[in-house]
Design a protein around this ligand. Structure first.
Ligand code: FPP
Length: 248
């Protein structure tokens, strides 16, 4: 696929939905869907590297997902733990910087330890910045940001003096990342499910019926093509429609 770089998202964020349904349709246990979903994760990362998309954020486990049956949660945590260990060298070799956004402390110690190893090993890599949203909720992220902001506030300064969108953003888990340009959600659901609520204010949204384990390079290219054909105005008007530009 040859798409001009100004037509490609710089930051792609994905709500990977439909693992359970993929498994159910095949008469398999739900956890098989997650196992297959991991393969789609790898395809997605490799595609982003190849397409030179520099930021990728994957919604892998929401705060609400803790409420799933104990066995499924335990399976997902184990999957994550082995994933972090197994893929560590792959990430490093490919120049991927891995980070975690979300309520990290809620993850089991062993999972945190494995993830921290990958984070430390890959911290200077620059080809692709991969954010894994784990134990993540958008409202929770905003609340944690407020907490950090209040703790950091210099005494004597009023909230009004310090509060700008830019300053507030610097307390979010995504502090030094650009906002997502494109959010993809698989599996036919049309909602954002508490994902990056602050950051997606002007993101383009793309929904596909495909279930996450079936989301491959071709599907990703379709989404990018759709993104490239859109006119992003950020609440303004397009240059050609701007009458003031014709008066000079
Ligand atoms: C949503 O499908 C998927 C999840 C809650 C987990 C996503 C996990 C993976 C893709 C594998 C692990 C990923 C990494 C990065 C290690 P669902 O279970 O909600 O599907 P359903 O809506 O059909 O039930």
């Amino acid at each position: 696929m040859n798409i001009a770089s100004n037509r490609k998202p710089k930051h792609l964020a994905v709500i990977m939905d439909g693992n359970g349904r993929w498994a159910k349709l095949r008469g398999l246990p739900r956890v098989e869907g997650h196992r297959q979903g991991m393969k789609a994760v790898k395809t997605c990362i490799l595609s982003c590297l190849d397409l030179k998309i520099p930021y990728l954020t994957l919604y892998a486990f929401s705060l609400e997902n803790w409420e799933r049956p104990f066995r499924e949660v335990r399976f997902l945590m184990k999957l994550l733990q082995t994933y972090a260990r197994r893929e560590r060298d792959f990430f490093h070799k490919k120049g991927v910087r891995v980070r975690v956004i979300g309520d990290f402390e809620k993850l089991p110690t062993i999972v945190r330890r494995e993830l921290q190893e990958v984070i430390n090993l890959t911290r200077d890599n620059t080809k692709l910045e991969l954010q894994l949203a784990l134990s993540y909720g958008g409202r929770n992220e905003i609340l944690r940001a407020v907490e950090r902001l209040v703790d950091a506030r210099e005494s004597g300064k009023s909230a009004k003096e310090v509060l700008t969108e830019e300053y507030f953003s610097s307390f979010l888990d995504t502090a030094d990342l650009p906002d997502p340009d494109l959010v993809i959600r698989t599996s036919g659901e049309h909602r954002v499910s508490n994902f990056l609520l602050w950051q997606i204010a002007y993101s383009e949204l793309y929904f596909t019926e495909r279930l996450w384990p079936e989301f491959d390079r071709i599907e990703l290219e379709k989404a990018i093509q759709s993104f490239g054909a859109r006119s992003r105005r950020f609440g303004k008007v397009e240059f050609s429609q701007d009458l003031s530009s014709q008066t000079g």
